[in-house]
Design a protein around this ligand. Sequence first.
Ligand SMILES: Nc1ncnc2c1ncn2[C@@H]1O[C@H](COP(=O)(O)OP(=O)(O)OP(=O)(O)O)[C@@H](O)[C@H]1O
Ligand SMILES: [Mg+2]
Length: 233
Amino acid sequence: MPGLIEVKNASRVYTMGTRTLYALRDVSLQIERGEFVAVVGPSGSGKSTLLNLVGGIDKPTRGEVWVDGTRIDAMDENALAKFRRNHIGIVFQFFQLLPTLTALENVTLPMELRGDAGKLRRPRAEQMLARVGLGARMTQLPGELSGGEQQRVAIARALVNDPPILLADEPTGNLDSANAEGIITILRELADAGKTILLITHEANLARAAHRTILMRDGEIVGQPFPIVAAKH
Ligand SMILES: Nc1ncnc2c1ncn2[C@@H]1O[C@H](COP(=O)(O)OP(=O)(O)OP(=O)(O)O)[C@@H](O)[C@H]1O
Ligand SMILES: [Mg+2]
Protein backbone atom coordinates (compact mmCIF):
# COMPACT_ATOMS: atom_id res chain seq x y z
CA MET A 1 0.00 0.00 0.00
CA PRO A 2 1.35 3.47 -0.81
CA GLY A 3 2.18 5.77 2.10
CA LEU A 4 -0.18 8.54 3.13
CA ILE A 5 2.65 10.93 2.28
CA GLU A 6 5.10 10.16 -0.52
CA VAL A 7 7.89 12.41 -1.65
CA LYS A 8 9.56 10.99 -4.74
CA ASN A 9 13.01 12.17 -5.82
CA ALA A 10 12.15 15.76 -4.96
CA SER A 11 14.60 18.61 -5.43
CA ARG A 12 14.00 22.26 -4.67
CA VAL A 13 16.52 24.47 -6.37
CA TYR A 14 17.02 28.19 -5.95
CA THR A 15 19.00 30.12 -8.52
CA MET A 16 20.53 33.42 -7.50
CA GLY A 17 22.42 34.99 -10.36
CA THR A 18 24.91 32.34 -11.39
CA ARG A 19 24.66 30.45 -8.11
CA THR A 20 22.50 27.38 -7.71
CA LEU A 21 21.41 26.28 -4.28
CA TYR A 22 19.84 22.92 -3.61
CA ALA A 23 17.51 23.47 -0.65
CA LEU A 24 16.49 19.83 -1.23
CA ARG A 25 18.45 17.37 -3.30
CA ASP A 26 16.71 14.26 -4.65
CA VAL A 27 14.82 13.50 -1.46
CA SER A 28 12.49 10.51 -1.21
CA LEU A 29 10.36 9.86 1.83
CA GLN A 30 7.36 7.71 2.60
CA ILE A 31 5.20 8.21 5.68
CA GLU A 32 2.49 5.72 6.58
CA ARG A 33 -0.92 6.60 7.93
CA GLY A 34 -0.69 7.06 11.70
CA GLU A 35 3.08 7.58 11.81
CA PHE A 36 4.63 10.34 13.91
CA VAL A 37 7.85 11.38 12.19
CA ALA A 38 10.30 13.97 13.51
CA VAL A 39 12.75 15.79 11.25
CA VAL A 40 15.96 17.08 12.79
CA GLY A 41 19.08 18.64 11.32
CA PRO A 42 21.09 21.85 11.32
CA SER A 43 19.77 25.23 10.27
CA GLY A 44 19.53 25.48 6.49
CA SER A 45 19.48 21.70 5.96
CA GLY A 46 16.12 21.79 4.16
CA LYS A 47 13.69 20.80 6.91
CA SER A 48 11.17 23.58 6.30
CA THR A 49 11.54 23.18 2.55
CA LEU A 50 10.56 19.52 2.86
CA LEU A 51 7.60 20.31 5.12
CA ASN A 52 6.43 23.07 2.78
CA LEU A 53 6.44 20.67 -0.17
CA VAL A 54 4.37 18.15 1.77
CA GLY A 55 1.98 20.93 2.82
CA GLY A 56 1.61 22.22 -0.73
CA ILE A 57 2.97 25.62 0.32
CA ASP A 58 5.90 25.22 -2.07
CA LYS A 59 6.52 23.08 -5.14
CA PRO A 60 9.51 20.94 -6.03
CA THR A 61 11.72 21.94 -8.94
CA ARG A 62 11.89 18.25 -9.80
CA GLY A 63 10.18 15.17 -8.44
CA GLU A 64 6.71 14.46 -7.11
CA VAL A 65 4.73 14.92 -3.92
CA TRP A 66 1.78 12.61 -3.23
CA VAL A 67 -0.64 13.01 -0.34
CA ASP A 68 -3.41 10.50 0.29
CA GLY A 69 -3.17 9.16 -3.24
CA THR A 70 -3.22 12.57 -4.93
CA ARG A 71 -0.28 14.16 -6.68
CA ILE A 72 -0.29 17.66 -5.17
CA ASP A 73 2.75 19.26 -6.80
CA ALA A 74 0.97 19.44 -10.14
CA MET A 75 -2.23 21.01 -8.77
CA ASP A 76 -3.20 24.64 -9.38
CA GLU A 77 -3.55 26.99 -6.40
CA ASN A 78 -7.35 26.75 -6.11
CA ALA A 79 -7.41 22.98 -6.15
CA LEU A 80 -4.51 22.91 -3.75
CA ALA A 81 -6.17 25.27 -1.27
CA LYS A 82 -9.26 23.08 -1.28
CA PHE A 83 -7.22 19.89 -0.93
CA ARG A 84 -5.22 21.35 1.95
CA ARG A 85 -8.36 22.39 3.82
CA ASN A 86 -9.49 18.78 4.06
CA HIS A 87 -6.21 16.89 4.29
CA ILE A 88 -3.54 18.96 5.98
CA GLY A 89 -3.28 21.09 9.12
CA ILE A 90 -0.16 23.15 9.68
CA VAL A 91 1.31 24.83 12.75
CA PHE A 92 4.30 27.15 12.79
CA GLN A 93 6.84 28.45 15.26
CA PHE A 94 5.16 31.85 15.57
CA PHE A 95 1.60 30.54 15.84
CA GLN A 96 0.23 32.89 13.14
CA LEU A 97 -3.11 33.45 14.81
CA LEU A 98 -5.23 36.41 13.70
CA PRO A 99 -4.70 38.95 16.49
CA THR A 100 -8.14 40.60 16.34
CA LEU A 101 -10.06 37.32 16.58
CA THR A 102 -10.68 35.39 19.80
CA ALA A 103 -9.31 31.88 20.26
CA LEU A 104 -12.74 30.52 19.38
CA GLU A 105 -12.99 32.67 16.24
CA ASN A 106 -9.50 31.66 15.11
CA VAL A 107 -10.43 28.00 15.43
CA THR A 108 -13.76 28.54 13.66
CA LEU A 109 -12.13 30.11 10.60
CA PRO A 110 -11.09 26.93 8.71
CA MET A 111 -14.67 25.64 8.92
CA GLU A 112 -15.98 28.93 7.52
CA LEU A 113 -13.48 28.75 4.67
CA ARG A 114 -14.64 25.22 3.91
CA GLY A 115 -18.27 26.37 3.95
CA ASP A 116 -19.45 24.23 6.86
CA ALA A 117 -22.92 25.03 8.19
CA GLY A 118 -22.83 27.82 10.77
CA LYS A 119 -24.46 25.88 13.56
CA LEU A 120 -21.88 23.09 13.33
CA ARG A 121 -18.94 25.38 13.71
CA ARG A 122 -19.13 26.62 17.27
CA PRO A 123 -19.57 23.27 19.02
CA ARG A 124 -16.73 21.77 17.00
CA ALA A 125 -14.41 24.70 17.74
CA GLU A 126 -15.27 24.49 21.44
CA GLN A 127 -14.60 20.77 21.43
CA MET A 128 -11.18 21.23 19.80
CA LEU A 129 -10.18 23.96 22.26
CA ALA A 130 -11.28 21.78 25.19
CA ARG A 131 -9.19 18.94 23.77
CA VAL A 132 -6.03 21.06 23.91
CA GLY A 133 -6.85 22.21 27.43
CA LEU A 134 -8.22 25.66 26.61
CA GLY A 135 -11.87 25.19 27.45
CA ALA A 136 -11.72 28.11 29.87
CA ARG A 137 -9.86 30.51 27.56
CA MET A 138 -12.00 30.51 24.45
CA THR A 139 -13.04 34.15 24.33
CA GLN A 140 -9.54 35.52 24.86
CA LEU A 141 -7.59 37.27 22.10
CA PRO A 142 -4.19 35.78 21.15
CA GLY A 143 -2.43 38.70 22.86
CA GLU A 144 -4.14 37.75 26.11
CA LEU A 145 -2.78 34.19 25.99
CA SER A 146 0.64 32.79 26.83
CA GLY A 147 2.86 31.42 24.05
CA GLY A 148 2.03 27.84 24.98
CA GLU A 149 -1.68 28.65 24.98
CA GLN A 150 -1.43 30.40 21.62
CA GLN A 151 0.29 27.36 20.15
CA ARG A 152 -2.49 25.15 21.48
CA VAL A 153 -5.04 27.42 19.76
CA ALA A 154 -3.01 27.04 16.56
CA ILE A 155 -3.10 23.24 16.91
CA ALA A 156 -6.86 23.33 17.50
CA ARG A 157 -7.25 25.49 14.38
CA ALA A 158 -5.06 23.15 12.33
CA LEU A 159 -7.15 20.13 13.33
CA VAL A 160 -10.69 21.47 13.45
CA ASN A 161 -11.47 20.27 9.90
CA ASP A 162 -10.21 16.84 10.95
CA PRO A 163 -7.40 16.47 8.39
CA PRO A 164 -5.52 13.16 8.55
CA ILE A 165 -2.18 15.00 8.52
CA LEU A 166 -0.66 17.54 10.89
CA LEU A 167 2.55 19.33 9.87
CA ALA A 168 4.42 21.23 12.57
CA ASP A 169 7.44 23.41 11.79
CA GLU A 170 9.29 24.06 15.07
CA PRO A 171 6.04 24.40 17.02
CA THR A 172 7.98 24.57 20.29
CA GLY A 173 10.77 26.83 19.01
CA ASN A 174 9.29 29.84 20.73
CA LEU A 175 8.28 28.17 24.00
CA ASP A 176 9.96 27.41 27.32
CA SER A 177 10.65 23.77 28.10
CA ALA A 178 7.51 23.17 30.19
CA ASN A 179 5.25 24.54 27.44
CA ALA A 180 7.25 22.66 24.81
CA GLU A 181 6.67 19.40 26.67
CA GLY A 182 2.95 20.21 26.83
CA ILE A 183 2.78 20.67 23.05
CA ILE A 184 4.72 17.46 22.42
CA THR A 185 2.38 15.57 24.74
CA ILE A 186 -0.56 16.82 22.68
CA LEU A 187 1.17 15.74 19.44
CA ARG A 188 1.85 12.31 20.92
CA GLU A 189 -1.81 11.94 21.96
CA LEU A 190 -2.91 12.96 18.47
CA ALA A 191 -0.57 10.36 16.97
CA ASP A 192 -1.95 7.71 19.30
CA ALA A 193 -5.43 8.71 18.12
CA GLY A 194 -4.36 8.02 14.51
CA LYS A 195 -3.18 11.37 13.13
CA THR A 196 -0.16 11.33 10.85
CA ILE A 197 2.34 13.89 12.10
CA LEU A 198 5.44 15.44 10.59
CA LEU A 199 7.29 17.47 13.22
CA ILE A 200 10.37 19.62 12.70
CA THR A 201 12.35 20.25 15.83
CA HIS A 202 15.81 21.31 16.88
CA GLU A 203 15.51 19.50 20.17
CA ALA A 204 16.52 15.85 20.28
CA ASN A 205 14.53 15.16 23.45
CA LEU A 206 11.35 16.30 21.72
CA ALA A 207 12.12 14.24 18.64
CA ARG A 208 12.19 11.14 20.84
CA ALA A 209 8.41 11.40 21.26
CA ALA A 210 8.08 10.45 17.58
CA HIS A 211 7.91 6.93 16.18
CA ARG A 212 10.72 7.68 13.76
CA THR A 213 13.29 10.42 13.33
CA ILE A 214 14.82 11.63 10.10
CA LEU A 215 18.11 13.51 10.03
CA MET A 216 18.74 16.05 7.27
CA ARG A 217 21.95 17.69 6.16
CA ASP A 218 22.63 19.92 3.13
CA GLY A 219 19.24 19.21 1.56
CA GLU A 220 19.44 15.46 1.92
CA ILE A 221 18.09 12.85 4.28
CA VAL A 222 21.24 11.38 5.74
CA GLY A 223 19.87 8.96 8.27
CA GLN A 224 17.69 8.06 11.18
CA PRO A 225 19.71 8.87 14.29
CA PHE A 226 17.36 7.24 16.77
CA PRO A 227 16.09 3.68 16.64
CA ILE A 228 12.65 3.17 15.20
CA VAL A 229 10.21 2.61 18.01
CA ALA A 230 7.19 0.56 17.08
CA ALA A 231 4.08 2.70 16.81
CA LYS A 232 1.80 2.29 19.80
CA HIS A 233 -1.60 1.04 18.62
N1 LIG B 1 13.23 31.72 -0.88
C1 LIG B 1 14.49 31.26 -0.83
N2 LIG B 1 15.44 31.74 -1.66
C2 LIG B 1 16.70 31.28 -1.62
N3 LIG B 1 17.13 30.32 -0.78
C3 LIG B 1 16.24 29.82 0.08
C4 LIG B 1 14.87 30.26 0.12
N4 LIG B 1 14.22 29.55 1.07
C5 LIG B 1 15.14 28.74 1.62
N5 LIG B 1 16.33 28.89 1.03
C6 LIG B 1 17.57 28.16 1.35
O1 LIG B 1 17.31 26.78 1.32
C7 LIG B 1 18.03 26.11 2.34
C8 LIG B 1 17.11 25.28 3.19
O2 LIG B 1 16.24 26.15 3.90
P1 LIG B 1 15.18 25.64 4.96
O3 LIG B 1 14.38 26.81 5.36
O4 LIG B 1 14.49 24.47 4.40
O5 LIG B 1 16.14 25.15 6.15
P2 LIG B 1 15.76 24.61 7.60
O6 LIG B 1 16.42 23.29 7.76
O7 LIG B 1 14.31 24.71 7.83
O8 LIG B 1 16.54 25.65 8.55
P3 LIG B 1 16.10 26.26 10.01
O9 LIG B 1 16.42 25.18 11.01
O10 LIG B 1 17.01 27.44 10.18
O11 LIG B 1 14.66 26.62 9.97
C9 LIG B 1 18.79 27.19 3.11
O12 LIG B 1 20.10 27.24 2.64
C10 LIG B 1 18.04 28.45 2.75
O13 LIG B 1 18.87 29.56 2.80
MG1 LIG C 1 13.08 25.82 9.10
